[in-house]
Design a protein around this ligand. Structure first.
Ligand SMILES: NC(=O)c1ccc[n+]([C@@H]2O[C@H](COP(=O)([O-])OP(=O)(O)OC[C@H]3O[C@@H](n4cnc5c(N)ncnc54)[C@H](O)[C@@H]3O)[C@@H](O)[C@H]2O)c1
Length: 427
């Protein structure tokens, strides 16, 4: 162990990151910046070439030439790595059960190249028991590797908040646990190289559970405030004024903001990981899934308002969706409520267009719900051609005053326009 410990402390350790997405790529960059040799492994060749092409600063001549950085699909490179951090997706299957095939494949491909004195850390969000089931139990079949003695396994969930520019992710305390005290110690030494604070937990299962608590807390509170928004509207009350007033209470209340639902690869998905394992243990946690259902209902509710106001037209209405990313400041539209809104509008034969300063083109299956899969320009002529605009994502780059002046009717799901305006309907 001392060898691995000193290799990390002396920055001689090679760090391998498996899965170069929203989580893996910044992690790789941070280890690289601290002077570690890093190897990024992804099994998607398109992803590899896009990382090389779009990250000129990262994949520059120096890092590449002096062999500080490699980006590859070659799992045999795992042998060179002292630390292997797995950041692969954990989506849901169609039946809303956990899809763990990406973790299983990452381990299967790494297995032939694992050796003594390595540490593996899983960062993917998942249900309690996954690290044991899919990593520890599999590695234990290798008679040479003794976890806790000459090989180390940790779980450390990622807690990034995409799009929040002013928060340095390395200042967010890092949750960590390991399969034994030695695993925890090596894990702590590894992550301390880049993170300010490590929060050590007793068991890997508790660390896995903690990440799910965080995301379920958000899902449930977002659902609650979205439901309250509908109630407030039925009572002709301004929900935002009420939330602001409630926030003056110095204890026992934390404000959440209503919106068009939820999106991304975490909040709509992760709660089902916990309800899955809970059901397996004989308890059906209704609250968690109910929150998901409320949040998923919001696009339908918003569209019902759009239909109400557009029913007068004898022709097919033309709608602009303002912002399709699942939240402001980012280019990620996975599970975005904008896609569901586009689908519902398209099913009613509306012509659906979008503008998003971060997303030039929709490449996913959902592009079929849009009349044009390319972000349209916000020219005065374009804006005036729409019968309605619905603000789904309140990106800072958009000139909302100009939008309001040139739009016939705006459905505002993000409270962009705080005061009454004749052509703005809060939804
Ligand atoms: N995106 C976030 O904001 C965020 C925040 C916290 C936690 N997480 C969690 O982190 C994990 C990763 O999320 P992400 O958003 O970075 O996903 P992502 O889809 O952006 O990236 C995952 C990458 O892994 C690659 N990959 C998939 N299977 C692989 C395999 N077997 N071997 C090698 N590479 C493989 C994919 O090609 C892709 O490039 C998920 O569990 C997610 O829930 C994400």
């Amino acid at each position: 162990m001392s060898n691995l410990k000193s290799k990390i402390k002396n920055k001689n350790a090679v760090i391998g990151i498996v899965g170069l997405g929203y989580v893996g790529l910044p992690l790789l960059t941070n280890f690289l910046k601290k002077g570690f040799k890093t190897i990024g492994i992804d099994n998607n060749l398109k992803r590899i070439s896009s990382v090389k092409k779009n990250n000129k600063k990262l994949y520059n001549k120096n890092n590449h030439k002096n062999r500080k950085l490699e980006i590859t699909d070659d799992f045999s490179k795992i042998k060179q790595c002292d630390a292997i951090i797995i950041c692969v997706p954990t989506p849901l299957k169609k039946n809303k059960k956990p899809e763990l095939k990406f973790i299983e494949l990452a381990i299967k491909n790494s297995l032939p190249f694992l050796r003594k004195n390595q540490i593996i850390s899983l960062e993917s969000t998942t249900y309690p028991g996954t690290t044991k089931e899919k990593i520890i139990n599999i590695i234990s079949h290798n008679k040479e590797l003794h976890i806790g003695k000459n090989f180390y396994v940790c779980y450390s969930p990622e807690r990034i908040n995409p799009g929040i520019g002013n928060m340095n992710p390395l200042k967010v305390p890092k949750i960590l646990s390991g399969n034994s005290n030695k695993c925890k110690l090596i894990g702590k030494i590894l992550y301390e190289e880049i993170f300010d604070k490590i929060v050590l937990m007793n068991t890997i299962e508790s660390a896995e559970f903690t990440k799910l608590i965080e995301n379920i807390y958000r899902s449930v509170n977002i659902a609650l405030v979205n439901e309250l928004k509908i109630v407030a509207q039925k009572l002709n009350l301004n929900i935002h004024e009420c939330i602001k007033a409630a926030s003056t209470k110095p204890f026992g209340y934390r404000p959440f903001t209503p919106g068009p639902g939820f999106g991304g690869h975490c909040i709509p998905i992760d709660p089902y990981y916990l309800s899955y394992i809970s059901k397996l243990k004989g308890f059906n946690p209704k609250f968690i899934e109910h929150a998901g259902n409320v949040n998923r209902f919001m696009p339908k509710w918003i569209c019902s308002k759009i239909f109400e106001k557009n029913s007068k037209y004898k022709f097919i209405p033309k709608i602009l969706i303002m912002g399709i990313a699942y939240k402001k400041g980012i280019d990620d539209y996975r599970e975005s409520p904008a896609l569901e809104i586009a689908k519902i509008l398209n099913n009613r034969k509306f012509k659906v267009y979008f503008h998003d300063p971060h997303i030039k083109k929709i490449n996913s299956n959902e592009k079929k719900f849009f009349t044009n899969s390319v972000s349209i320009k916000l020219s005065q002529k374009n804006l005036r051609s729409f019968n309605s605009t619905v603000i789904v994502t309140d990106h800072d780059e958009v000139n909302y005053s100009r939008l309001q002046k040139n739009s016939k009717l705006i459905f505002d799901s993000r409270n962009v326009y705080k005061n009454y305006l004749f052509n703005v309907i809060p939804v």
